[in-house]
Ligand binder design. Structure first.
Ligand code: NAD
Length: 428
């Protein structure tokens, strides 16, 4: 009855930039350009709430184990806070703080009435049984009953959590509320009030902003060549939708390695192959290359859609693409940014490029509250309009302040939250 949570390898901790420092570096640059008031700067850099909670559970062998859980609400000025829950051994408060702040900026950029949050449990999900994962999720939810809520703070799936995890959170919250509260989480199964198009939303958003950027550079989709790193939820959908736009996808990769074909891949065939073989590695008629080589292929569009810290000061100088659309969160380190800028590579930052997921999460929340569900066509049309508007607004802001799109995106977001804060005022 339950689907097993897929365990994914945690990112290596070594060589990882401190994500909060990396976020703050970009935040500081944008705040300076914007001439942000010092008081508001201090307000926005501090999360409004940081919860660390002990999550004890009875293991299958009858022993008691205690895990550490976190929920950070970075900001709730624009509305209830929104952000995923991840289960991994290297979950830390610093990581949660960075990811929560990114959610605040992401929601502001796509103009949805949410603040930013992130949560997680430090655990090794590969070592937990399905029933242990259920008890862990339900106890974590019970500990956070006064934090979560459809009007307060709305979790979603993230690394090593899925639709089933959201169903457990929703059920636990509902049991305590004595009624079914579907709007307390997003990324739910369709049968529990999930939305059409949610699974593909992030990859679809990546495709929308990528084609908009190609257009800005005067490159027709039919003439464009792309490389996509990562073939999971985001990468495979982005690659498929780019292919449907006529883009030639010459390089693909997953955790097992990368493949190259100068003539371009037939994406439906690749997707079919991966469904059957669980990996791209031995896809026929393709040259096997390393993940490092993949990133350095000559192309118009590079989509890093695997994990953080892939484009670093060490390899940024060797990239030969014209556009980078950051499907993953934090795939480019702060130190690589100036190198890419120097090379004239147009970087569509993560907080814009992968915001399609939270946008359709917003649609899911709206549909749950209305109790009225939209067609796939309505979801996709609205997503397209909102992502396109966000791209245009970030582009205009970057041009106005003469900064790269990443800083433009931060300026747009910080300005929106700061103006809202000024109008609301500080309650004392
Ligand atoms: P996923 O687990 O479905 O897919 C990740 C893919 O990356 C897999 O194909 C995996 O094999 C591959 N991979 C892992 N390590 C790799 C490596 N070293 N080199 C090459 N490939 C590697 O995850 P996802 O949901 O597609 O998320 C990918 C990224 O996008 C993450 O950074 C995530 O935070 C971000 N993101 C996801 C969503 C969403 O809605 N799923 C939304 C916003 C951001």
């Amino acid at each position: 009855m339950y689907s097993q949570v897929n365990y994914k390898e945690p990112a290596p901790i070594m060589n990882k930039e401190n994500p909060f420092e990396s976020m703050m570096e970009r935040f500081d640059t944008a705040a300076n350009k914007l001439g942000l008031d010092e008081g508001i700067y201090n307000y926005l850099k501090s999360p409004v709430k940081q919860v660390i909670t002990s999550v004890p559970i009875i293991m299958d062998d009858g022993s008691i184990d205690v895990f550490e859980g976190y929920r950070v609400i970075h900001n709730d000025i624009l509305g209830p806070s929104k952000g995923g829950i991840r289960y991994a051994p290297d979950v830390s408060l610093d990581e949660m703080k960075a990811l929560a702040a990114w959610m605040t900026w992401k929601c502001a950029i796509v103009n949805i009435p949410f603040g930013g949050a992130k949560g997680g449990i430090k655990c090794d999900p590969a070592k937990l049984s399905l029933h242990e994962l259920e008890r862990l999720t339900r106890r974590f939810t019970a500990n956070l009953l006064d934090v979560f809520g459809p009007e307060r703070d709305i979790p979603a799936p993230d690394m090593n959590t899925n639709e089933q995890t959201m169903a457990w959170i929703m059920d636990t919250y509902s049991m305590h509320s004595k009624r079914t509260v579907t709007g307390v989480v997003t990324g739910k199964p369709m049968i529990l009030g999930g939305s059409q198009g949610r699974r593909e939303a992030t990859g679809r958003g990546v495709m929308i902003v990528s084609t908009a950027a190609l257009q800005k550079l005067g490159i027709k989709s039919n003439d464009a060549v792309a490389v996509v790193q990562g073939f999971g939820n985001v990468g495979s959908v982005a690659a498929q939708l780019l292919y449907e736009q006529g883009v030639k996808v010459i390089g693909l990769s997953d955790v097992n390695g990368a493949i190259y074909n100068s003539k371009g891949f037939n994406l439906p065939e690749v997707i079919d192959y991966v469904e059957k073989n669980k990996s791209l590695a031995k896809f026929p008629n393709a040259e096997v290359i390393s993940n490092e080589e993949l990133l350095e292929l000559e192309c118009d569009l590079l989509v890093p859609a695997a994990k953080e810290d892939q484009i670093r000061s060490k390899n940024a100088g060797r990239l030969k693409c014209k556009i980078i659309a950051e499907g993953a969160n934090g795939p480019t380190t702060a130190k690589a940014d100036p190198i890419l800028q120097e090379k004239g590579i147009l970087v569509i930052p993560d907080i814009l490029a992968n915001a399609g997921g939270v946008t359709v999460s917003y649609f899911e929340w709206v549909q749950d509250r209305m109790g009225f569900f939209w067609t796939l066509n309505r979801v996709n049309t609205r997503l397209e309009r909102m992502m396109h508007e966000a791209f245009v607004n970030v582009y205009k802001t970057a041009a106005k302040y003469d900064v790269p799109l990443r800083i433009g995106a931060y300026i747009l977001a910080i300005d929106k939250v700061a103006r809202t804060l000024k109008i609301r005022g500080i309650y004392a």
